[in-house]
Design a protein around this ligand. Structure first.
Ligand SMILES: Nc1ncnc2c1ncn2[C@@H]1O[C@H](COP(=O)(O)OP(=O)(O)O)[C@@H](O)[C@H]1O
Ligand SMILES: [Mg+2]
Length: 348
């Protein structure tokens, strides 16, 4: 049976710990952080989906999209073309500390120059964001300035990138091996020729909740309205029968995206690229995000969009029995690896 509890990961860890005679300790109030204590008394800690498996430096680089793209490119992988913009607040602060360094920081004007050079649509997002937060498709200079200013209220660094076509894949790698791969499809509605976007959206929100896939999901109405507007559509439009309308520019599962398991069909080149991406950032455990025309066959115009050092697998695991089994298997391998290392230390 698929676990429906809100605390998906804790349920899996507790079953796996029982299997190997380890104990699971969860901080009692939020139950999101804790440790696993092996039989020999050694502990490995976790918070959310971050485990004591990746080095801190490597995880910090992965969190920074601009930095990680530099490391990926240096290892020969294709990454998005884009420009990083520092907030005026950050630049001013830097000016007081190190004026020479501050003068090298790119800003708004670099974003506008990039847009003039590459044209639209562009993608604008926080450099250190996650779960699709603040990711927007931008179609004009006014839009560009508005969204960057908005993001600067909360973030010091904003990325402006070319928008790449293709499908969005997540490949989970552990110690150089692909453990699972899936395609992520942006939140969308399918028209019936009579219902409006707003009606279809409400039905979709219910469907996602009832599936147990993402029980706490609240559709981001504002981001959806913005995306509909830049796509030349509105919430009162009526999509034709069978027409699929994406509602967001990003395929994050946390924002209602859907999943297709492709673990069994990923081609050797993309398995290799994923392992190389994890290794380029020094990560043993990683979720590698690839945009390409299809994962079953090598696409020379692929890009590695980003690499996550703590990939969340709950939405994937919750979307079907086979996928849940895969997630359990992945955590089994991860915990066994952590356990082996603890025992190895003991013998030194
Ligand atoms: N340059 C881009 N071109 C096309 N789609 C993009 C681009 N950047 C982001 N996206 C879409 O937005 C999603 C979230 O972007 P990402 O950079 O992975 O940020 P986050 O850390 O919030 O997941 C991606 O999975 C993809 O669907
Ligand atoms: Mg992402």
């Amino acid at each position: 049976m698929i676990e429906r509890s809100q605390n998906y990961l804790a349920n899996i860890l507790s079953t796996l710990c029982a299997e190997i005679g380890a104990s699971l300790f969860l901080e009692p109030v939020f139950q999101r952080a804790g440790y696993i204590e092996f039989k020999n008394g050694k502990k490995v800690f976790f918070k959310g989906t971050s485990f004591d498996i990746n080095g801190q430096g490597a995880a910090q680089i992965a969190k920074d999209k601009d930095y990680s793209a530099r490391f990926l490119a240096m290892s020969g992988l294709q990454v998005p073309e884009g420009v990083l913009c520092f907030s005026p607040r950050f630049t001013e602060k830097m000016m007081r500390k190190n004026a020479e360094a501050a003068r090298q920081l790119t800003s708004f004007s670099n974003a506008i120059a990039f847009a003039e050079q590459h044209g639209y649509p562009l993608i604008v997002k926080p450099n250190e964001g996650s779960e699709g937060d603040g990711v927007r498709r931008i179609v004009g200079v006014e839009d560009l300035c508005l969204h960057i200013s908005k993001l600067f209220n909360e973030h010091e660094r904003v990325l402006v990138q070319r928008q790449y076509d293709g499908s969005d894949y997540r490949v989970v790698v552990l110690d150089g091996n692909v453990i699972s791969a899936y395609r992520r499809i942006p939140l969308n509605i399918v028209g019936d020729g009579t219902a409006s976007v707003i009606d279809l959206m409400q039905a979709k929100a219910k469907e996602i909740k009832n599936s147990g896939r993402n029980p706490t999901l609240v559709l981001d109405q504002f981001a959806i309205s913005e995306f509909l507007a830049v796509s030349g559509r509105s919430s009162t439009d009526i999509p034709g029968d069978g027409e699929v309308w994406p509602l967001l520019p990003n395929a994050n599962l946390s924002m209602g995206g859907e999943i297709e398991d492709v673990t069994d069909v990923i081609c050797p080149e993309f398995s290799e690229i994923s392992a190389q991406a994890a290794s380029a950032l020094g990560l043993r455990y990683a979720g590698v995000d690839i945009l390409c025309s299809g994962i079953h066959q090598f696409d020379p115009s692929y890009i590695v969009l980003e690499v996550n050092s703590a990939p969340g697998l709950n939405n994937f695991g919750r979307s079907g029995k086979r996928k849940n089994d895969k997630v359990v298997e992945l955590y089994r391998v991860l915990i066994e690896n952590l356990m082996k290392e603890q025992n190895y230390d003991e013998k030194q």
